[in-house]
Design a protein around this ligand. Structure first.
Ligand SMILES: Nc1ncnc2c1ncn2[C@@H]1O[C@H](COP(=O)(O)OP(=O)(O)OP(=O)(O)O)[C@@H](O)[C@H]1O
Length: 332
C-alpha cells in the first residue's frame, strides 16, 4: 500500500496580499496606489520545525504572519495551517496557535499578570489541570514567580515579553508565531527567551515561526531560515547557506614585520586596505584559506595571520543590494 501523502503542517502556495492605499490629493483629486506586501510566496513547514522568517523593513513578514493567524485575508493563493484555512476559521485555528507580537502586548495593561492568565484560561476554555500544568511550567522556565502579582504596566520590557510568551502558550498551541520576540531586550533577557524557546521546541515539539532583526536569534535557534524581500521569497535553507547566496567574502588579516606596498600578487585574493604593517585581503567565503596563507607566507615577512568570517548581517545587507562598492564597505 502506498504511504499516505501528508501535507506540511503550514502550507503556503503562491500566497498574495495587496493593499490599496487611497490618498486625497488637493480638493477633489484622489489617487490610488497598490502595495504588493506579499507577492506569490510558497513554502511548507513541517510539524516541529523551528524556522526563521527574515527580511528588511517592509519586506512583508508581519503581513504573512497576519495571514497565517487569520487576521488578514489573502488576496490570492492558498494557505493552510493544520489543515485549516485561517481566514475562514479563525476561531477554530486560534485554539491551535499562539502568537507573540513583540511590539504589542496581549496582556491586560492594568491587571496583575496572573489575572491576565486567568482571563486566558476562561477565554480559551483550557481544562483546569492543563492550565495549571502549563502555567507552572512557564512560571518556572521563564522565571515569572515574583511577577505574577505585578500589574503589566509596571513590568520591564524583558519581563513583559516573558509574560507574553507564557500567555501565548497556556492553551498548548501546536504552532507559535513570534514577531520580533527579542526586540529591545537586554542580552540577559534575550538569552532567557531563546533558552526557553529551544526547550519548548525540544520538549513539546511546538512548531515555531520566528521573525526577527536579530540574527543571533536565527543562528542560535533555527535550523532553517527564509529570507523575504519585496514580498518575494529570496532564500529558503540552512542559515549557513546564506553566505553562499550573498556571495560573501572572508578576510585574511596579514600582520607583516614592517609596512610594505599592497600585496597584489596572490592569486585568488584581493587587496582591500592596509593599516601600517597590517594588510587586509578578501577572498571568496566558499574557497579554502590554506593556499592563500601558504602563498603569503612564502613571499612576505610575516608576524601573524588570521581569517575573519563574515557575519550573516553583512551577508544579508549584501543580498539586499547596494552598489558593489557599498557591498565591499560592508565587509570592512
Ligand atoms: N494595513 C496596511 N495598509 C497598507 N499597507 C500596508 C499595511 N500593512 C502593511 N503594509 C505595507 O506592506 C508592506 C509590508 O509590510 P510588513 O509590515 O508586512 O513588513 P515587515 O517585513 O513586517 O516589516 P518590518 O520589519 O518593518 O515590521 C509595506 O510596504 C507596508 O507599508
Amino acid at each position: 500500500m502506498p504511504a499516505p501523502v501528508t501535507e506540511p503542517f503550514i502550507e503556503l502556495e503562491s500566497l498574495e496580499k495587496t493593499f490599496t492605499i487611497r490618498r486625497k490629493e488637493g480638493l477633489l483629486k484622489r489617487s490610488k496606489r497598490e502595495v504588493r506586501a506579499v507577492d506569490g510566496i510558497s513554502f511548507g513547514v513541517e510539524r516541529g520545525e523551528m524556522v526563521g522568517y527574515i527580511g528588511p523593513n517592509g519586506a512583508g513578514k508581519s503581513t504573512t504572519i497576519k495571514m497565517l493567524t487569520g487576521i488578514l485575508t489573502p488576496s490570492g493563493g492558498r494557505l493552510r495551517v493544520a489543515g485549516i484555512d485561517p481566514a475562514r476559521e479563525r476561531t477554530r485555528l486560534a485554539q491551535r496557535i499562539g502568537v507573540v507580537f513583540g511590539q504589542r502586548t496581549s496582556l491586560w495593561w492594568d491587571l496583575p499578570l496572573k489575572d491576565s492568565y486567568g482571563l486566558m484560561h476562561r477565554m480559551y476554555r483550557i481544562p483546569d489541570a492543563r492550565y495549571r500544568e502549563n502555567l507552572d511550567r512557564c512560571v518556572e522556565l521563564l522565571d515569572l514567580g515574583e511577577l505574577l502579582d505585578v500589574p503589566v504596566r509596571q513590568l520591564s520590557l524583558g519581563q513583559r515579553m516573558r509574560g507574553d510568551v507564557a500567555a501565548a502558550l497556556l492553551h498548548d498551541p501546536e504552532v507559535l508565531y513570534l514577531d520580533e520576540p527579542t526586540i529591545g531586550l537586554d542580552v540577559v533577557s534575550k538569552g532567557r527567551v531563546r533558552e526557553f524557546l529551544r526547550e519548548l521546541n525540544a520538549s513539546q515539539g511546538t512548531t515555531v515561526l520566528l521573525t526577527t532583526h536579530d540574527l543571533t536569534d536565527i543562528e542560535q535557534l533555527c535550523s532553517r531560515v527564509m529570507v523575504i524581500d519585496h514580498g518575494k521569497l529570496m532564500y529558503d535553507g540552512k542559515p549557513a547557506g546564506l553566505h553562499a547566496v550573498g556571495e560573501s567574502e572572508r578576510l585574511l588579516v596579514v600582520d607583516l614585520e614592517r609596512e610594505l606596498p599592497p600585496i597584489e600578487d596572490v592569486p585568488g585574493a584581493r587587496f582591500v586596505r592596509s593599516e601600517g604593517p597590517r594588510q587586509y585581503l578578501a577572498f571568496p567565503a566558499s574557497s579554502s584559506a590554506a593556499p592563500l596563507v601558504a602563498a603569503v607566507a612564502a613571499a612576505y615577512p610575516l608576524v601573524d595571520l588570521s581569517v575573519r568570517e563574515p557575519d550573516i548581517e553583512a551577508v544579508i545587507a549584501k543580498m539586499y543590494g547596494g552598489t558593489r562598492e557599498e557591498r565591499r564597505e560592508s565587509l570592512m
